[in-house]
Design a binder for this molecule. Structure first.
Ligand SMILES: [Fe+2]
Length: 395
């Protein structure tokens, strides 16, 4: 039987150089008071953040600044943002930054109208509370990185530091930002390492949505284009952040790849990365999943040879002259070389994850992988062997 699928796309994306100038006008659609959620501003990007606040204030928006979002946001912090949003009686939440700021904004919107704390609405609890999308506050996402795709997804990822678990809010259409503003000028000053790891996330979103049983022709179209963009532009953006064309292209790739995971989902590397960050939250998202890639490529290869051959040929067009088996087998080496060129680390031990946490990472990965239906889902022994190799691998 030919496959059926349903699709939800992002409603409103304003894209391109200078598009952030419309932030005030966009905000006025939703009211007069906005909570702007950001991480502490990196020195290199202070002018970009200030510019957005000025645009909002010039439009007559009252700004309540919450600038304490953090990488891998905690449930406690999101609850706090939600409580401030209630006290200040805000009309909308603006997530200004990368995935952490945007996810915190989505979480604050949820907490504004839903009691019990954000953790009760996540996949980590047995009987999550229901989310009523009509009660959520409008969310505007303004990106300052190119990688998480959060501006066009219904996902909000968070961690519980007491339980040492990283998970996500139950994905519902209402968690999708109402408007996303993607202005590549906002990204030009992102430092090289952050450019590399967030850019790797673009590749990972596209790859995992495509190399999966639940992919479909629309995911394939978007994913292959996003991967082509990352393969041809990420190193340039990493080496020269002021390369406007590379930044523009990566912003397109980020948005396409975000749409891919909205249409499908991520898979094993994200689950392994999530389990690792649950134990060591200082690790950045893109970095955590990059270390899982060589192993994931090995385990997926027998099931997705033609897909992986297409991906390999996007990185190395000369592979057009060899058969699918040979092209697909080259992918692992291609990705390792790419990661090395981007200065991305390659093992859990290198990232400082304690040996004592390995067993817990295995258990958490097995728990979350139980939801995967892909052909490449592995047995306990296989996942255990994967985690072992991820811990100590050297390339
Ligand atoms: Fe991701």
């Amino acid at each position: 039987m030919l496959r059926q699928f349903s699709m939800d796309f992002a409603a409103n994306v304003l894209f391109g150089e200078g598009s952030v100038a419309s932030a005030g006008e966009v905000a006025l659609r939703y009211g007069r008071t906005a909570m702007v959620v950001t991480c502490p501003w990196p020195d290199e990007q202070v002018p970009q953040f200030k510019r957005v606040l000025r645009i909002l204030e010039d439009a007559g928006i009252r700004v309540v600044l919450f600038n304490r979002a953090r990488s891998n946001p905690t449930s406690a912090l999101i609850d706090e943002a939600g409580a401030i949003a209630r006290e200040e009686r805000i009309d909308m939440v603006i997530g200004l930054g990368g995935g952490s700021a945007i996810d915190t904004a989505k979480g604050a919107s949820l907490c504004y109208a839903h009691d019990g704390g954000v953790w009760q609405y996540t996949y980590a609890v047995d009987d999550p509370y229901p989310i009523f999308p009509e009660k959520l506050l409008p969310v505007i996402a303004i990106t300052t990185t190119s990688g998480t795709g959060s501006h066009v997804t219904p996902y909000a990822v968070l961690q519980n530091t007491k339980l040492r678990v990283k998970t996500a809010v139950i994905a519902t259409k209402g968690m999708m930002p109402n408007v996303a503003i993607v202005d590549p000028e906002q990204v030009v000053s992102l430092p090289p390492y952050q450019t590399a790891v967030t850019g790797f996330d673009v590749f990972a979103h596209a790859f995992e949505a495509y190399v999966d049983d639940h992919s479909n022709p629309f995911v394939e179209l978007l994913a292959l284009h996003a991967i082509k963009i990352a393969a041809r532009n990420l190193v340039s953006a990493y080496k020269d952040g002021t390369d406007k064309q590379a930044r523009y292209n990566m912003a397109i790739g980020d948005t396409l790849a975000g749409m891919c995971i909205t249409l499908n989902n991520t898979s094993m590397p994200h689950l392994i990365g999530q389990a690792i960050i649950g134990k060591r939250h200082e690790i950045t998202h893109g970095q955590s999943l990059a270390i899982a890639y060589p192993e994931f490529v090995d385990c997926a290869l027998p099931f997705y040879e033609s897909e992986m051959a297409k991906v390999a040929r996007l990185f190395s067009p000369t592979l057009k002259h060899v058969n699918d088996g040979e092209a697909a087998s080259a992918l692992k080496g291609i990705l390792i070389a790419w990661q090395r060129e981007l200065g991305i680390l390659t093992s859990a031990a290198e990232l400082g994850v304690s040996e004592e946490d390995k067993e817990a990472v295995l258990e958490e990965t097995l728990r979350t992988c139980a939801f995967l239906t892909q052909k490449a889902r592995q047995s306990r022994a296989q996942v255990s062997a994967m985690i072992n190799r991820i811990w100590y691998q050297r390339f």
